[in-house]
Design a protein around this ligand. Structure first.
Ligand code: CDP
Length: 236
């Protein structure tokens, strides 16, 4: 589809399908996809691998070595697979593991970590033509994005989607375990002091409890077309 290279910000609760919609939109509109959550997960993995996170507590030493953490992405529009590279190593699988999910929201609540990653995210999106999903994309990273979408869905639906995703990757957590992790992260993400998860006034609410992947994509494509027609291209 030949559309102006706009910036699309997708925020919302855990496991609402943000990355699925973001990748579908990126492919449909010829934009780049960036998974900001993967960046927080990569920093959390780095902390675990370097003994800087134990028993759910993250050491303040992490702040001092943020500059030694390099994160990059490779998005393949043909397979819709986004790989996350941590210091050159593909960690896409590892950052989805439970140990990382258990501490990522603690890591993401550290202001220095946020400042560091938001800077990288702004840089990755400068020039526009990007779809980024996360928690603070419309509010902090790209406040001038031409299109902002805020996603939500019923809790049981979200837990079942995440369960299916983890099972397809060979993990077998229980429903309660997954629900506990989603609740824990949503609570921390919504109540942290630094850039909590919020819906900005200009974000379109997308409740996809009863929508399938194709239906949500069609809705979002229509919003994107309208946004591209309505507004001048914003540069960051
Ligand atoms: O895919 P899911 O919705 O479960 O989470 P994610 O996008 O992989 O993000 C993992 C965690 O990173 C979230 O629970 C947040 O704590 C944090 N995060 C954030 O604080 N800000 C962002 N822009 C993206 C993620």
């Amino acid at each position: 589809m030949n559309l102006k290279p706009i910036t699309i910000a997708i925020d919302g609760y855990s496991s609402t399908g943000k990355s699925t919609l973001a990748k579908d939109l990126a492919v449909a509109l010829g934009l780049n996809y960036i998974d900001s959550g993967a960046m927080y997960r990569a920093v959390a993995l780095f902390a675990l691998e370097n003994g800087l996170a134990r028993n759910g507590k993250v050491s303040s030493e992490l702040i001092k070595i943020l500059d030694s953490i390099d994160i990059s992405f490779h998005f393949n529009p043909l397979t819709k697979k986004s790989d996350t590279l941590l210091n050159g190593v593909n960690v896409e699988e590892k950052i989805r593991e439970k140990a990382v999910s258990d501490i990522v929201s603690e890591v993401a609540a550290i202001p220095e970590v946020r400042r560091h990653l938001v800077k990288l995210q702004k840089n990755l999106g400068k020039g526009g033509g990007v779809v980024m999903d996360g928690r603070d994309i419309g509010s902090v990273v790209f406040p001038n994005a031409e299109l902002k979408i805020f996603m939500t869905a019923d809790e049981d639906v979200r837990v079942n989607r995440r369960l299916a995703e983890l099972k397809s990757k060979g993990y077998s957590p229980s429903f309660d375990e997954v629900r506990e992790n989603l609740r824990h992260r949503d609570h921390l993400d919504s109540t942290r002091e630094d850039s909590p998860l919020t819906r900005t006034n200009d974000a379109i609410l997308l409740d996809n409890t009863n929508l399938n992947q194709e239906e949500q994509l069609q809705l979002a494509i229509n919003w994107a077309k309208k946004a591209a027609e309505d507004q001048p291209c914003v540069k960051y």
